[in-house]
Design a protein around this ligand. Structure first.
Ligand code: OAD
Length: 252
């Protein structure tokens, strides 16, 4: 006989598959957990998480950047390299290949690592992209290819000579209004919202499942651990993204 936890997992996976099979419009919200099996550290893991090892206010805020531009630039350059050497995993690929099976399939991510796009999705990137570099003064300069950046740690903007910085949302900064609006519309219109690998602690992203629920959607959570959003869930699947997503979207 199988242990109780395995039985529970299987039945919740079946229930989640059932909801997805009946959905026409799907929205997906991903967090750092979907890239964990690609070797990218999450933020809040007690031992390996990025915020456990580094001070977010020093490394992910404009004040921190202005206090020590080379330090912050090098930290992001290190993360860019980590991401460049990583590969999308079976979870990223399962989402990319599922998109054509629904009337609409909107993938919203809090991740800045670009792995969804490399797997073939076109995500709504709520927190920006670590791959793209912009001018600190927002003069309009942007560069998508890290190999084409001018030299310097950080480099200077070729247009206005201010610092260049990663195009990510830092602490104390607002999300891009149009991007957030796109995500809110996707949440309001979906039949099922699938929430993968997020602790549900950072708003406004963490408010999207409640928005979906308020408009009548089912909320399916996939996470190996408890999250702040579990109480909203119609179904919780306890498992990891690279293992469970291919099963979730496997043809019936
Ligand atoms: P967290 O580090 O807060 O949470 C990661 C979540 O992934 C946890 O709930 C883990 O249980 C789960 N997890 C770990 N391994 C997994 C796996 N293999 N499969 C599925 N889930 C797994 O990361 P986020 O919730 O993404 O913002 O953090 C949200 C935001 O906080 C980030 O976008 C970042 C940070 O501040 C900015 O940088 C603006």
């Amino acid at each position: 006989m199988k242990p109780a936890s395995t039985r529970l997992n299987l039945s919740s996976l079946d229930a989640a598959r059932e909801h997805i099979a009946h959905a026409r419009r799907v929205a997906v919200l991903t967090g750092a957990g979907i890239s964990a099996e690609s070797g990218i550290p999450t933020f809040r893991d007690a031992t390996t998480g990025l915020w456990a090892r580094f001070d977010p206010m020093q490394l992910a805020s404009e004040d921190g950047f202005r206090a020590d531009p080379p330090l912050v630039w090098r930290w992001y350059a290190w993360r860019r390299e980590l991401v460049a050497n990583a590969q999308p995993n079976a979870g990223h690929y399962a989402l990319a290949s599922a998109q054509s099976r629904f009337d609409s399939f909107e993938l919203i991510t809090q991740n800045v690592d670009g792995l969804h796009a490399r797997a073939g999705s076109a995500p709504i990137e709520l927190h920006g992209s670590i791959v793209r570099t912009v001018c600190l003064a927002r003069c309009g300069f942007a560069e998508d290819d890290p190999k084409r950046l001018p030299p310097g740690e950080p480099p200077r903007c070729p247009r206005c000579n201010d610092w260049l910085r990663p195009d990510v949302v830092w602490f104390g900064e607002m999300l891009d209004v149009a991007t957030l609006q796109q995500a809110l519309v996707a949440a309001a219109r979906c039949d099922v919202m699938l929430v993968i690998g997020t602790s549900g602690l950072v708003y406004p992203a963490a408010g999207l499942p409640a928005e979906a629920l308020r408009h009548g959607a089912r909320v399916v959570i996939l996470n190996p651990q408890a999250s702040e959003l579990d109480e909203l869930a119609t179904v919780v699947v306890r498992g990891t993204a690279a293992v469970e997503l291919p099963r979730l979207f496997a043809a019936a």
